[in-house]
Design a protein. Structure first.
Length: 296
């Protein structure tokens, strides 16, 4: 049984447990992980089961008890390209067709331990992704290798200190650059875009190579924003235009770069990857000046 306890200071502004509890337990450092722990009744407040609605007012004893995991020798053998790795974190290349995490066995999260070196730091943990990419999206994924790194990286994303750049192939004629600020699922959302190259297409009118910089992280934000603009991403079966959906080639959306300051070394990391081959088949070799550089 894994056990952690936390004593709430007496002078605390009343706050829900689902907000206060983020980051207080090594085993469940993120908001989503905390909600799962509460749902599984792993957390008690003054000896009583806690919930997302439990109010914290000061002086409470919050206790986490996680039952032992069922022993299993089953490991996911799924080779991943490691783009950067140190004792704290790693960046890997996510191919299309694998989910980042979830209840299934074949997840990128389950593949991480077999692809990364175990951290030698005192708070070493099972490597864990700290953000999401859709099933069909390719590109760079960031993972933490220690409890403190997972918490610090989540904080970077919450504070919008991670610069994400995506590349997509969009259909139809579109403006050279702009901002899309249409709300997504009732929440504010902002995407900056610019067209890097375009080619004519008999079926789609134009195919555009578009650089995308999301300033918020809503679910399916890029796909919904571009579809709402009238320029859906090529291969998008969910948000594409009827009669103009390319089938059998996958989604033309690629997480091309991540830029952030390493939370422990202070080094400016700017990790980039080449465009997938299916992009280059449409546009040919793309100039580095268009995609930026790897200088940190």
């Amino acid at each position: 049984m894994k056990t952690e306890t936390h004593l709430v200071p007496e002078e605390v502004i009343p706050i829900r447990l689902q907000e206060y509890g983020v980051g207080i337990f090594r085993e469940f450092p993120t908001k989503s992980a905390l909600k799962k722990a509460l749902k599984k009744r792993y957390i008690t407040v003054n000896g009583k089961p806690g919930s997302t609605a439990t109010m914290i007012t000061g002086g409470e004893n919050i206790r986490l008890e996680v039952p032992p995991a069922k022993a299993t020798n089953k490991k996911l053998v799924f080779p991943l390209e490691v783009l950067f790795e140190d004792e704290h974190l790693a960046l890997v290349y996510k191919p299309a067709g694998i989910v980042v995490s979830g209840n299934s066995f074949k997840t990128l999260a389950n593949a991480l331990p077999q692809n990364l070196r175990p951290s030698k730091l005192p708070d070493a943990a099972t490597p864990r992704p700290v953000h999401r990419l859709d099933l069909a999206t390719t590109g760079i994924l960031l993972a933490g290798k220690t409890g403190s790194a997972i918490r610090a990286l989540n904080k970077l994303f919450e504070d919008k200190q991670v610069e994400k750049t995506y590349y997509a192939v969009c259909i139809a004629e579109m403006f050279s650059f702009g901002n899309i600020s249409t709300p997504v699922d009732g929440k504010s959302a902002l995407t900056e875009y610019r067209v890097l190259e375009k080619v004519t297409s008999e079926r789609f009118g134009y195919l555009n190579l578009v650089e995308l910089k999301p300033q918020t992280g809503r679910r399916h934000q890029l796909r919904k924003h571009l579809s709402g603009l009238g320029n859906p991403i090529l291969g998008d079966k969910e948000y594409g235009l009827e009669g103009l959906i390319l089938k059998g080639k996958g989604l033309y959306l690629h997480a091309g770069s991540l830029r952030f300051e390493h939370p422990f070394t202070g080094k400016n990391l700017n990790i980039q990857t080449d465009l997938p081959k299916k992009f280059r088949k449409i546009f040919g070799p793309v100039q580095e000046t268009s995609l930026g550089s790897n200088e940190g």
